[in-house]
Design a binder for this molecule. Structure first.
Ligand code: ADP
Length: 592
């Protein structure tokens, strides 16, 4: 209450008005009172002069006398007024304020006194002035005394102003006291009324401030049924509505930010000055900046990309949405798809930038193109050979049984290559597409590896390569598809034999690596693989030495098929190799 400015404004205005009206009232009343007192005194002087005049027969003919002076003095004492008898020549015959007749004789001539002059000419005169005889301000009233129609002298009554003033001031004191009391009472009433008026407003203000501060549980209870009661009801309704709206807004804001944060695409909202209003985690990840720290700062302070900056500036200027691709060369080889859309509103309040990583898409596209080119090339080579042999045969070589035999064998060889290539492609496509149905079972490695090696025994023996098995502990099983595992091991052993010179050794070992995984290794003492090629070994059509591989009947798809098969069985494959010493392919498969 004491801190309410409105309270003090209203109270001071009312108090000021109250004091002002009290002062005006007192001034008017006391002014009126003062003139009324003066009028009353004048009336009394007049009445006394007239009464005195009737008891003064023969006094003026007698002139000075002790008796007269004594009588006049007594009359003065009794009436409380000054009585002066003045002859027509202005000589004072008696005066109630003089003690002795001698003193009366010494008084100066009064014929020039204002009231005396007036009385002589008109019969009555009055004045208010300083008395030269008694030296104090006095109110005079003089009447002409006539006997048998002839003017005999002047009877003058006077009263000192001090007496009148005392009377006036005592009345004024009373008026001031009443006014003060009334003012004080009115002030108290004003205080009470204003405080009563302000109290609901203070409560309302506090409640409104709390709402503005986010506390929406504010309820007002005004028992009155007037405008304040209605206001309280409306306020409660409004705060309830607001709480509901804010809750809805918060919920939709939370939903929106969860959606935005969960998006793979990067989203950045900036204002017209290119300052970041919002940026999600993905945007930070794609453009290599910290979204929290970039908030409120210029976007291109955190993201240095000329292409993007140019696009943003252009969209802000033209207000036309734009799609583009941005390459992040400095930090990575990333390709980003960027759409910039202006935010609705005039003038344009900013724009939204949506970023999506297109690196993988572009990589897959180029892989596809590369694959098509590779397949075409791989198909073309044997087909060209077949075509050349057939043409030669048709042109006459078929008449030579020896040549035609050789050519036909070559044609068969190339057809086998084509056949193998197509089989590999079909196999790879069906594994990659995930359509191939595997029958995952528990396979004990020892018998499985042994039976698999029988297929390669002959080829190995031809090259004098020793095939050996190392089993760390018996009975180890893996979870895989029988045919698939056969393909994996077959490919790895086949490669090992192909890329190991004569007299070499191939070791197939397995062990339990962890509680869940089994490690199966195919190690050779072959030519080895340069480190720079090791990572690319599992790519389709990748061959370290194309000519050599082709010569050995390879398609370049073997390890790619192996990798996909291993992955289909929830396993992994890795290679370690040293040039000239040999290679080790490590396959990790789930324990059976
Ligand atoms: P390919 O049909 O040519 O053998 P792969 O996919 O099986 O195709 O192998 C890809 C390439 O990896 C081969 O061309 C060869 O250069 C290299 N490679 C595979 N296995 C070995 C190995 N044991 N020793 C040396 N190089 C190998």
């Amino acid at each position: 209450m004491w801190s309410s400015r409105l309270f003090w404004k209203l109270f001071l205005v009312y108090a000021g008005l109250n004091i002002a009206s009290a002062i005006v009232f007192v001034l008017i009343v006391s002014g009126r009172q003062q003139s009324q007192v003066v009028e009353e005194v004048q009336q009394r002087l007049h009445d006394s002069a007239v009464i005195m005049r009737s008891s003064l027969d023969g006094v003026f003919q007698q002139g000075f006398s002790e008796r007269l002076q004594e009588k006049v003095r007594k009359l003065g004492e009794e009436t409380g007024m000054r009585l002066t008898l003045i002859g027509m020549d202005g000589v004072v015959i008696a005066d109630s304020d003089q003690e002795t007749l001698e003193m009366v004789r010494l008084m100066e001539n009064h014929k020039n006194r204002v009231e005396v002059i007036q009385a002589m000419s008109t019969g009555a005169g009055e004045s208010k002035r300083l008395s030269p005889t008694v030296s104090e301000p006095m109110l005079y009233y003089a009447v002409l005394f006539k006997e048998a129609g002839e003017p005999e002298g002047i009877v003058r009554m006077a009263m000192t102003m001090a007496k009148i003033q005392t009377e006036i001031s005592s009345i004024q004191k009373l008026i001031w006291s009443i006014a003060l009391l009334v003012s004080f009472t009115v002030m108290l009433l004003t205080y009470w009324v204003v405080a009563r008026m302000i109290r609901p407003l203070t409560i309302l203000t506090n409640a409104a401030e709390s709402i503005a501060g986010g506390d929406y549980d504010q309820k007002l209870y005004f028992p009155q049924h007037d405008e304040l009661g209605i206001l309280a009801q409306s306020f409660n309704h409004m705060s309830k509505e607001m709480a509901e709206r804010v809750r809805q807004l918060q919920a939709s804001g939370d939903r929106l930010s969860t959606v935005l944060e969960g998006m793979v695409e990067g989203v950045i909202a900036i204002n017209e000055r290119q300052h970041v209003l919002f940026a999600n985690e993905s945007a930070g990840r794609l453009l290599f900046f910290a979204p929290d720290q970039a908030q409120g700062k210029a976007l291109f302070e955190s993201v240095r990309n000329h292409q993007l900056q140019k696009a943003v500036t252009e969209v802000l200027k033209t207000l036309e949405p734009q799609r583009m691709e941005v390459e992040l060369e400095s930090t990575s080889d990333r390709i980003l798809g960027v759409t910039t859309t202006p935010l609705p509103g005039t003038p344009c309040p900013g724009l939204v930038i949506v970023l999506f990583d297109m690196t993988e898409l572009r990589r897959l596209e180029s892989l596809r193109q590369e694959f098509v080119a590779n397949v075409s090339h791989e198909l073309k080579t044997p087909l060209s050979s077949i075509k050349a042999y057939t043409e030669t045969l048709i042109r006459g070589a078929m008449n030579d049984p020896e040549i035609s035999q050789t050519f036909l064998l070559r044609i068969e060889e190339q057809a086998d290559r084509l056949h193998q290539l197509i089989l590999d492609l079909i196999s790879l496509a069906s594994i990659e597409s995930g359509n191939q149905i595997f029958d995952i079972i528990s396979i004990e490695l020892r018998p499985f590896v042994e039976s698999c090696l029988i297929d390669h025994q002959k080829v190995a023996e031809a090259k004098n390569i020793e095939l050996q098995i190392e089993e760390k502990e018996p009975g180890i099983k893996v979870k895989a598809d029988d045919e698939g595992l056969h393909q994996i091991l077959g490919n790895l052993v086949n490669n090992a034999i192909k890329y190991t010179p004569d007299q070499g050794r191939i070791t197939i070992r397995w062990e339990r690596e962890s509680a869940k995984m089994v490690l199966l290794q195919v190690q050779d003492t072959g030519i080895g693989i340069e480190e720079k090629y090791q990572a690319r070994l599992f790519e389709r059509f990748f061959r370290v030495d194309k000519a050599r591989s082709r010569e050995l009947g390879g398609t370049g798809l073997g390890l790619s098929i192996v990798k996909h098969l291993v992955q289909s069985f929830n396993g992994t494959i890795a290679v370690t190799s040293k040039m000239g010493e040999g290679s080790t392919f490590s396959v990790r498969l789930p324990k059976g």
